[in-house]
Write a protein that binds this ligand. Structure first.
Ligand code: ZN
Length: 363
């Protein structure tokens, strides 16, 4: 795994609907492949020479977007009212810094603020409820006119958490933002680079599909799956870790315990044949993995799995601590386990195994 690439992907500006910077970063690392984007900010990366390929198609999916905010209104005092693009946990927001991108492309620093404790009534101080309507972003301006005319900020401008990627080489730990799902984006690029030289001998045509707008309702994958028309898919996610609050025996998203195979969540029940193949491959290749049955959550498998003749999806997670907040941790070894799992599953696919997975051995 190219950690410098992962760092650039993590730092890239890309709230839902504004994924252009992430697209450009991926394209920079995919010069050896055929790269194409569409009107929604979805990105397709294909192995060269595969335009007329007749092999079954395996779609590698990851979403490009991350949770962010948009300017909803500008108050007379210069504070920006905001709405969320995606679902942050509200208690993690006040006092954190953001970048606002103006229409001219200028980045403006802001602080998410709520009514300070000094001015709260006793009732407000004891209340636990936070509402996004009562939070603002302060850019240091003193009036609406200044925000609009000097800072150049308009309603509709997007914003993202202000966090800069760092790699702790001693402990092989990544710190940054948007690991949900820049981890998945990095895994697609890494998997395609591992397979590039042997792609002619594979049983499948491997297509990388980076989807926009997952955090606002898995919208991009509706389009990518129609364009790619996959027979099978591998969905990568920067899955939320649970190992910092659940006991070791019960946690299913543990950092440094390998790639997470998601068996079930709110959006998809996995294909048992595909899971069996992945676990056989992991045992054979010595890839660390953990299984997860989620009580909530969803991924792009929600949309990809119900296209065409039904698409079996293998959902692979890179455990990411504090997903959907400003700051994340993940382990280099888990990123590498995810792309090793994908590359080796693809290598192991042949006509018979594809038939097993696509027909579940029922008839
Ligand atoms: Zn995600």
């Amino acid at each position: 795994m190219d950690i410098e690439m992962f760092g650039k992907l993590s730092d890239a500006f890309g709230p839902s609907g504004f994924e252009e910077d992430v697209i450009r970063t991926i394209a920079d690392y995919c010069k050896e492949f055929d790269v194409e984007n569409d009107a929604m900010n979805n990105l397709y990366v294909r192995m060269p020479g595969t335009e007329k390929d007749s092999r079954p198609v395996i779609q590698l999916d990851a979403h490009l977007d991350a949770c962010g905010f948009m300017v909803q209104n500008i108050q007379d005092n210069g504070c920006l009212g905001i709405i969320m693009l995606g679902g942050f946990h509200l208690t993690s927001l006040p006092a954190h810094a953001v970048w606002i991108r103006t229409r001219s492309g200028k980045m403006v620093h802001g602080i998410i603020c709520a009514k300070p404790v000094h001015f709260m009534t006793t009732a407000e101080r004891s209340s636990q409820t936070l509402e996004i309507e009562k939070m603002y972003v302060d850019v240091g301006a003193t009036s609406r006119e200044e925000v609009e005319n000097v800072f150049g900020i308009h309603i509709g401008d997007p914003m993202m958490p202000d966090v800069t990627f760092e790699y702790d080489a001693e402990h092989e730990i990544c710190f940054g933002k948007a690991f949900d799902n820049r981890a998945g984006c990095a895994c697609i690029v890494d998997t395609m680079k591992q397979l590039e030289k042997e792609q002619a001998s594979l049983a499948v045509n491997v297509v990388g599909a980076f989807a926009a707008q997952e955090e606002v309702g898995t919208r991009g994958a509706v389009v990518t799956s129609q364009i790619v028309k996959p027979d099978l898919a591998i969905v990568f996610e920067g899955s939320p870790s649970d190992d910092f609050f659940i006991s070791a025996g019960q946690a299913q998203g543990c950092m440094k315990k390998g790639v997470q195979i998601r068996i079930l969540d709110n959006s998809y029940i996995s294909n048992t044949q595909f899971i069996s193949l992945a676990e056989e491959v992991a045992e054979k290749c010595g890839i660390k993995y953990q299984e997860s049955v989620r009580r909530g959550g969803s991924t792009n498998a929600a949309k990809i799995s119900v296209t065409g003749k039904a698409v079996p999806c293998l959902v692979l997670g890179v455990p990411s601590r504090y997903a959907h907040s400003h700051y994340n941790f993940c382990a280099k070894e888990d990123l590498e386990a995810a792309s090793a799992m994908a590359a080796n599953v693809i290598r192991a696919l042949d006509e018979e195994k594809i038939r097993h997975i696509c027909h579940q051995d029922v008839l």
